[in-house]
Design a protein around this ligand. Structure first.
Ligand SMILES: [Zn+2]
Length: 214
């Protein structure tokens, strides 16, 4: 049984709420391509994010093409889990071998992830996804800041790339017209790219930290 569900991004709103969103669906595939083009991280937490991204591109393609519940869930679950593994990896970097705070904070991360996934299965809460996701992402950004200042890593340029992508998405949804609809295309490229480049850098730093104590 299909859930009662109606959702349109700017591209299909401009075509009388009819799918498929061709620009959005085909450019989604670049999200799956990034790990294959840039490389896969070696550490397990960050490797899991790469796996989630390579699924997310196909899921997002399905969502934009069919605009259905199945696609929405596949797209959003992979986004939630990417953030989940990101927080876990960042906690491990920040506290390094101090297991107690890693487990304590990651326990809350796990609890929130489950709460988010369950809430997101209820179709009337569809509209809340961007807000709850932004809140969850704020935790990741805060940890990126904490880890970067602790170990003196560069991070701002990567977050800026993602932020430009995020701004283009907001502009396309709020001021939807024939020009701004391409803001969603820019979002598909820039939002995952900034974070993915940061993950690759952090993965290298994390391995350097581990090598240094051996
Ligand atoms: Zn999209």
């Amino acid at each position: 049984m299909e859930n009662e569900f109606k959702h349109n991004f700017c591209e299909s709103r401009l075509q009388n709420n009819e799918g498929p969103e061709l620009w959005n669906s085909y450019t989604s595939l670049v999200i799956s391509a990034f790990p294959f083009l840039i490389g896969f991280p070696k550490s397990s937490m960050f490797y899991n994010i790469a796996c989630m991204l390579s699924i997310n591109g196909f899921a997002s393609f399905h969502y934009h093409y069919y605009l259905n519940w199945y696609g929405k869930q596949a797209d959003e679950i992979t986004m939630i889990l990417s953030n989940y593994y990101g927080i876990w990896g960042l906690l491990r970097m920040y506290y390094f071998y101090d297991k107690k705070p890693i487990n304590w904070y990651n326990g809350w991360n796990s609890a929130f992830m489950v709460f988010f996934l369950v809430t997101n299965t209820i179709s009337k809460y569809d509209k809340l996804f961007p807000n709850i996701f932004l809140l969850y992402l704020a935790v990741t950004i805060y940890l990126i800041y904490k880890v970067s200042t602790k170990y003196n890593y560069k991070y701002k340029r990567y977050l800026l790339t993602s932020a430009v992508g995020g701004a283009c998405w907001v502009i396309s949804e709020v001021y939807c017209n024939e020009t701004t609809k391409y803001g969603h295309v820019v979002w598909h490229f820039m939002f995952p790219l900034g974070f993915y480049q940061l993950i690759m850098k952090f993965d290298q730093h994390y391995r350097d930290m581990k090598d240094a104590i051996l």
